[in-house]
Design a protein around this ligand. Structure first.
Ligand code: HDD
Length: 697
């Protein structure tokens, strides 16, 4: 991949420095900027330590070296116990519909009001250095720097969760992470421990259907939804509450990759998702999501088929509409990954006046866990003063003091309240945060309400809401994952749950897993199970994007290619809001038929077609048919059901790939500007799913 202009911009001048033998080293540095110690002392030589004679030992008094190595030795902090691999960016939330009659929450005070945000996307299971396209849930955390304090909406790209009670969270996470003895597999759920736990946890079945769907292999962060998951409360100034569920809807539409692409992408570009976000912001193609809310009252909650406090259930949009109230736009990459993305500390308990919790037992446990983990991870209670965590829209004033790394000491003698000195901040009953006065009754006991008992109806609803192709993806994912389980009893236990979700799915899984005997259905609370209607909003394929905007066309060509055709294609892609990348045998450039040298962005060997949304092939004098990477490029794009544009000169390559005579609505011949435009118009949808039947089984 090429360097972006932003990445190279800081290289301003070349300065010289003398080495041990008197030779001159040249370095890129900022103009007139001196290298100093942490104490501000200018360093004279950063290449050679202070030694007692040329063959002698290094001296302890070399404070410059000692300090440099000391700091390096302490660069690491603990990675997050979950969501360790993440990527963040700054942006703005703009309210498009005031909600003052429903909540006093500051971001929704007036239409057009802007609130600064920081967003971090993440995978859950893998460690910091794992690959982006693991099959995994994605975190979608948003910190709103509102003028009434920081509000964190710490969500996922799936609207439900595996468990109903936070007390199970450590077991869930232990089970999915690498096994404690062998420390593998990394960033995967395809192993015995995970499926052992899951198959003994029926409440996980709904989330498992989502996890096995293409939602967990998104094309990019910018093409996935986000969900607050829990039911929260909006609260007015008068203390009136409305239940609310939060949804982020990507303007680019929902898009995912295929499993085979995910596996290959992880090799070709393990940083694919973070690179995509960085590149999009860098080229000014700022990603956007609409914020939607499902708002409902107690009467709706009472009449809804499930408990709205159960985080393993969602409320279908078909039953309670998602109303759009604002837009999130990410328009600024971080200046420093560690300072911002690594040190950002989200916490579900960070709410502002107008937003409150419900008694969802998962949310209640989260409220405890996040603050606790920040202390361990960031080393002391003053992480709230770090720029990425500090409130921006309002003053911070209290008597919290001291602690590790304190940087914000109050002046004066007063550090308590009440005080008679007439100084310092005071609580304010009207402006301050007042918890919703929810009545609480009942015996103290470890219990789970009967209303949390149905674990299969919504799992089934999700499955039957998918297109046949999506259902096949769920089945293949289950078969892939369970085939990685060594213990046959685990596979069998999982099929016993599938029998309560969909008979066809269970039988096909049993068949493909080669189960000797089909198990009995897992015990289920038949009293509560329901036959719910499909909810089309749950499908990705049924809701394709409206344009090619923000997507990438990979154009493979070789010297002697048709320059006019490339120009037509470039224009069509640019009009569609997409990006073009030129893949050629040599990175130094490719000569067109008119003897003009064109820039190349990727060398064929390093840019398989899995990295692109659609491809075009315009070979020149080298027809590329004898280049293995070029053959894979086209074959893979075909197997992955992508739209493919082919110039006439691609005939030999097409033959080599076994595609001669293959014709479907995804294969386009490219001749001129008109054909380039109609190719782009076809590319705006998702894939040519009909092609999948060619390769299934
Ligand atoms: Fe969590 C991090 C999302 C349940 C405990 N969680 C974390 C992050 C996200 C979520 C997006 C990364 C934040 C970041 O980018 O820094 N977690 C969820 C969602 C859940 C959920 C959507 C269910 C609806 N989490 C959950 C439970 C517990 C935790 C039930 C514990 C009882 N989560 C944590 C944590 C983490 C975390 C251990 C690790 C790092 C951190 O908090 O800052 O406290």
């Amino acid at each position: 991949m090429t360097e972006t202009p932003r990445q190279t911009a800081s290289i301003e001048t070349l300065t010289s420095e003398r080495g041990a033998g008197g030779e001159i080293h040249q370095h890129a540095t900022g103009k007139d900027e001196r290298l100093t110690t942490a104490q501000g002392v200018v360093i004279a030589d950063n290449q050679n330590s202070l030694r007692a004679g040329a063959p002698g030992p290094t001296l302890l008094e070399d404070f410059a070296m000692r300090e440099k190595i000391f700091h390096f030795d302490h660069e690491r902090i603990p990675e997050r116990v979950v969501h360790a691999r993440g990527y963040g960016a700054h942006g703005t939330f703009t309210c498009t519909r005031a909600l003052t009659d429903i909540t006093r929450a500051a971001p929704f005070a007036s239409s057009g009001k802007e609130t600064e945000v920081f967003v971090r996307f993440s995978t859950v299971a893998g460690s910091k250095g794992s690959a982006d396209l693991a099959r995994d849930v994605r975190g979608f955390s948003v910190k709103f720097y509102t003028d009434e304090g920081n509000w964190d909406l710490v969500g996922n790209n799936i609207p439900v969760f595996f468990i109903q009670d936070a007390i199970k969270f450590p077991d869930l996470v232990h089970a999915v992470k690498p096994a404690p003895d062998r420390a593998f597999p990394q960033a995967q759920s395809a192993h015995d421990n995970f499926w052992d736990f899951i198959s003994l946890t029926p409440e996980a079945m709904h989330m498992v259907m989502w996890q096995m769907s293409d939602r967990t292999i998104p094309r990019s962060f910018t093409t996935m939804e986000g969900f607050g998951v829990h039911t929260f409360r909006f609260v007015t100034v008068e203390g009136v509450s409305t239940f609310v569920k939060f949804h982020w809807k990507p303007r680019m539409g929902l898009q995912s990759v295929l499993w085979d692409e995910a596996v290959k992408s992880n090799g070709a570009d393990p940083d694919r998702h973070r690179r995509d976000l960085w590149d999009a912001i860098d080229r000014g193609d700022f990603p956007e999501w609409d914020l939607g809310v499902q708002m409902f009252d107690q009467a709706f909650a009472d009449s809804f088929a499930f408990d709205v406090l159960d985080p393993t259930k969602l409320i279908p949009e078909e039953d309670c509409p998602v109303e759009i109230i604002g837009t999130l736009r990410l328009d600024r990459a971080v200046d420093n990954f560690f300072a911002e993305t690594e040190q950002v500390a989200f916490c579900t308990a960070n709410v502002i006046p107008g937003i409150d919790f419900t008694d969802d037992p998962l949310l209640q446990g989260r409220n405890f866990s996040y603050l606790d983990t920040q202390l361990k991870r960031l080393g002391g209670p003053n992480f709230t003063k770090l720029p990425v965590n500090a409130p921006r829209g309002c003053p911070v004033s209290n008597y919290q003091q001291d602690g590790h790394m304190q940087t914000a000491a109050r002046k004066g003698r007063v550090n308590y309240e009440p005080n008679g000195w007439g100084e310092g901040p005071r609580a304010h009953p009207l402006e301050g945060y007042v918890s919703y006065r929810a009545p609480v009754t009942g015996p103290k006991a470890r219990l789970r309400p009967e209303s949390f008992a149905d674990h299969y109806s919504q799992a089934r609803q999700f499955y039957i809401s998918q297109t046949p192709s999506e259902q096949e993806h769920i089945l293949s994912a289950l078969v892939f994952e369970l085939s990685k389980c060594v213990e046959p009893a685990i596979r069998s236990r999982m099929v016993s749950h599938l029998l309560n979700i969909d008979l066809g799915l269970a039988q096909a899984a049993a068949d493909r897993l080669g189960l000797v005997e089909t198990p009995k259905a897992a015990p289920a609370s038949q009293a509560t199970q329901m036959d719910l209607a499909p909810a089309p909003s749950l499908s990705i394929q049924a809701n394709p994007p409206a344009s090619f905007k923000g997507r990438i066309m990979g154009v493979m060509l070789s010297d002697g290619f048709d320059g006019a055709l490339l120009a037509a294609l470039e224009q069509a892609v640019s009009e569609a809001g997409g990006v073009i990348r030129i893949v050629a045998p040599r990175i130094g450039g490719a000569m067109c038929s008119n003897n003009n040298l064109h820039a190349v962005t990727d060398q064929i060997g390093g840019a398989p077609s899995v990295l692109f949304d659609a491809i075009a092939v315009l070979p020149g004098v080298d027809d590329l048919a004898s280049t293995p990477a070029a053959v894979d490029f086209l074959k893979d794009a075909h197997v992955h059901c992508k739209h493919i544009g082919l110039s006439e000169s691609a005939a030999d390559l097409v033959m080599e790939c076994g595609l001669k005579g293959a014709a479907d609505e995804g294969l386009h011949s490219l001749r001129d500007s008109d054909s380039a435009h109609s190719f782009l118009s076809a590319c705006k949808g998702l894939r040519v799913w009909g092609r999948e039947t060619l390769f299934s089984g």
